[in-house]
Write a protein that binds this ligand. Sequence first.
Ligand code: FAD
Ligand code: 2HG
Ligand code: ZN
Length: 457
Amino acid sequence: MSDPAGSLEDELRAVVTDAHLLTDPSVVASYETDWTGRFHGRARCVVRPVDTGQVAGVLTAAAREKAGVSIQGGNTGLVGGSVPADGTILLSTARLTSLEPVDVVAGQVTVGAGVTLSALQRHVRPAGFDFGVDFAARESCTLGGMVATNAGGERVLRYGTTRSQVLGVEAVLADGSVISRLGGLPKDNTGYDVASLLAGSEGTLGVLTRLRLRLVPLLTGRAVALVAVDDTAGALTLVRHVRDRLASLEAAELFFADGLALVRGATGMSDPFPEPHPAYVVLECAGRTEPLDDLLEALAACEAVRDATVATDVRGRHTLWAYRESHTESINAAGVPVKLDVAVPLTSLPAVVADLPATIAGASPTARMILFGHVNEGNLHVNVLDAGRDAEAVTDAVLRLVASHGGSISAEHGIGRAKRPWLSLSRSTAEIAMMRAIRYGLDPAGRLNPGVLFDPA
Ligand code: FAD
Ligand code: 2HG
Ligand code: ZN
């Protein structure tokens, strides 16, 4: 840090006002640990800018003083990317909460990067629209964090990942300059696609401040099924069967008996079926009319189904979803997990699921694995409890298994700090060199989100 003590803080105070420069260690501490409790960092201070102009002011002052800046949205990220690098300014997007009117002609909306997913849903639904990405962290995660990590979630099967929903961005680069492309033209081939480039960049290329988002029709006819199957192969048979018959299929989520037991223990929920089963799939269909009859017909004709329960009313649907969506919180209630979010080709999925227990036991005899995921994308959430000092060995063993099947070491949550040493398992030397050239071309000293995605400069 090159500034004489206090001068950078004075500059920041002038930009965001006294109330939004936080320096009291007990207040700053609430920004310094991630959602899982596994990652920590020490911020120099926290700034809470209210608009793009203030973000630009913060980054200009930081650039002048050669100070690092870490970026935090809802702090629900699961790879340690949202905690500050030691000694950096922590820029919180919590006050970037503008919600512009829904553009009903284009089916688009422009929102601040600090808007939470649930606030966006509440904003667009009365206008007959919905957002194409949804998942359990909706009350806290922000659109900026979702774009920065290219979040996936439960509707990728129908609508794709967050990147597919972003038509434009406003962002501030490390030197304080602003790029603003919020016109929302669905067709625009005038060179590099800045929105796509920033999606998934994990805050290493710029601070997202506003987003132009594509919306999807609000579909109120909904049916959810919780289906018992024998194993992963059975789950795949079921999903293919329903997906190939019903265009209304929106979600297909897999979990196993030990995950159900953990969730039931943590939540007190009852057993969904009279008999236990090895594996379960949550399916959701959505349309302008209720898709229940079509779903029941498809389930009745599928050889993989061992039992099923369905719901169309809001409460019943939420209850069935809770068996799946409560996994993350239930795991955290049991301890600090090693979290891996891998994807493999669907043809490899049964083999990888079968190999994981021995792979993990080989790295950590004490470890306990809870597995679940977004089955149609081959995306497995490998959660490992009680790994103790073997966390790195477990990570290494699982990621190498995945890579040996041509999979990705991160399907959803990003690289962050947690998976930085393993990036080369999924990306070639030439690709990493290209990514670094972009990152350090825009931010030569690597001051934005240092330690995320790449080693600190
Ligand atoms: P943060 O955690 O604050 O930040 C995440 C990363 O983005 C960090 O590197 C941060 O520096 C960067 N960042 C944040 N805001 C900005 C910005 N404005 N500009 C630039 N960089 C920024 N993820 C999925 O993909 N699918 C799921 O189904 C899913 N389910 C989840 C369920 C639970 C219960 C939880 C706790 C998390 C889940 N996640 C899931 C993780 C997911 O990554 C986040 O919930 C979300 O995408 C992060 O948003 P956030 O605002 O909390 O970002
Ligand atoms: C989900 O799909 C999230 O619920 C979180 O991506 C996964 O807790 C996890 O490992
Ligand atoms: Zn997920």
